[in-house]
Design a protein around this ligand. Structure first.
Ligand code: ATP
Ligand code: MG
Length: 402
């Protein structure tokens, strides 16, 4: 019996409601694992013998998220819970996820289809554990072990190999010998896995507490060879793992990796596109990298800080520190003070605008407006003149005469 915590206690009435209607329902997956480890719990996942249609008859507020896979979201007491119908995944196609799912009525079979023993533990509403594959023992031993034969399980779904390394990164658990052997032998099966699924696991890997070890594991197992754009980068990846990444964000980790590559813009774009990252994230990573390179050439000037913005400048500075084997946040407070002391943070903070210029100079609108605004902006940032309307007017008139 394990001590239940807040997120579970809130969902106990939901389990009771499903049971009252004549079905089974349990807590499962990552949340039960994290409870046993003592890690912070994100979402409470629930597995039930009731199908989505049956669940909809019990609860008034539900959201369809993947009915064909047996998953629906139930809104209950102000929270959203993902409930997945017990299922088995007997048919696999091309080493990918199951071609179809089969709903079943047994918890045991549902647990059997799960990837690792630590993820195949169920907990009932009283906190009693149902653990047919000795997941609790694996957690005690801090071991990542597949449910059943690892060769078979990885052939069914190659993504599980990446998941093993991602859990290694998040939890610091070792990968059991036979599971590791299977990983090395079957790494090429990752060719069949979609980029989207790989990216999700890779970003979790990059964010893990034990990411340094996990990144090395990617090279030791040859998994890296089957990830987008990484096939020829063994030495770059190995190099990246030499740095202590402190509390770098995922975007900063991408930039750290790319910094090792010394690529041209074109190769850089192709790499980030291959991972199908969102456009916004790609731009952010590219900015980090560009400013990091500038930072290697010289220290922050007022103008550089202004152009980069604080988020990017701070990220680039953190990367700069890490690449010098220093504490990530060294000098960051100073950088923040410098940024805060900038007289303006953006062009629209100037006390003058295009309309003022037209009125003062009585000229038709054209590129000259932008030129003058840019000149005023630079002078204000470098504290050559004050950001005051009258002062700017006088300064611009004087410039106009020369
Ligand atoms: P996280 O804390 O990152 O959410 P998690 O263990 O909950 O970790 P999910 O990807 O959310 O991971 O999956 C939920 C559960 O579904 C897992 O704990 C596992 O039991 C099962 N599962 C997920 N993906 C697979 C897979 N590819 N093969 C088998 N079982 C899987
Ligand atoms: Mg989860």
């Amino acid at each position: 019996m394990s001590d239940m915590k807040e997120p579970f206690l809130n969902a106990v009435p939901l389990l009771e409601k499903i049971e009252k209607a004549g079905y089974e329902a349990y807590f499962v997956g990552g949340s039960v694992r994290d409870l046993l480890i003592g890690r912070e719990i994100s979402d409470v996942d629930i597995a039930s013998s009731a199908t989505p249609v049956e669940l909809k008859a019990i609860f008034s507020k539900t959201i369809d998220v993947g009915i064909e896979h047996g998953t629906i979201v139930i809104l209950f007491n102000g929270m959203a819970y993902e409930v997945t119908t017990f299922r088995s995944e007997s048919e696999y196609e091309d080493f990918r996820r199951p071609a179809g799912v089969e709903f079943i009525r047994s918890l045991q079979d549902d647990l059997m289809r799960r990837d690792f023993t630590m993820n195949a533990i169920a907990m009932d509403k009283q906190g009693k554990l149902i653990d047919p594959f000795r997941g609790t023992q694996a957690i005690k031993e801090r071991m990542i072990r597949t449910v059943g034969d690892p060769f078979e399980r990885f052939r069914e779904d190659g993504l599980r190999m990446m998941r093993a390394i991602r859990f290694h990164s998040q939890l610091g658990f070792e990968i059991e010998d036979k599971t590791l052997d299977a990983l090395k032998a079957l790494a090429p099966l990752l060719k069949h896995i979609s980029v989207e699924r790989k990216t999700m696991e890779f970003e979790k890997l990059l964010a893990g507490t034990y990411r340094k070890d996990a990144i090395i594991k990617l090279t030791e197992t040859d998994i890296y060879q089957f990830l987008p754009g990484l096939a020829d980068l063994k030495s770059e990846i190995t190099h990246m793992a030499e740095y202590d990444c402190g509390d770098l964000s995922v975007e900063e980790m991408w930039a750290l990796l790319l910094f090792q590559c010394k690529w041209q813009q074109k190769e850089l774009d192709a790499f980030l596109k291959a991972w199908k990252l969102p456009v916004k994230k790609i731009q952010y990573i590219k900015s980090l990298l560009a400013w990091l390179k500038i930072r290697f050439a010289k220290n922050w000037t007022k103008s550089a800080l202004y152009q980069a913005g604080f988020m990017i400048a701070a990220g680039a500075e953190r990367l700069f520190n890490i690449l010098h084997h220093q504490e990530a946040n060294l000098n960051l407070e100073h950088l923040q003070k410098s940024y805060e002391s900038l007289p303006i943070k953006k062009l629209t903070d100037l006390e003058i605008n295009g309309g003022d210029l037209q009125e003062w100079f009585q000229k038709k609108p054209g590129p000259w407006i932008k030129e003058k605004l840019k000149a005023a902006e630079a002078a204000v940032i470098n504290q050559e003149i004050e950001n005051k309307k009258e002062i700017l007017r006088e300064w611009l008139s004087r410039c106009n005469q020369n």
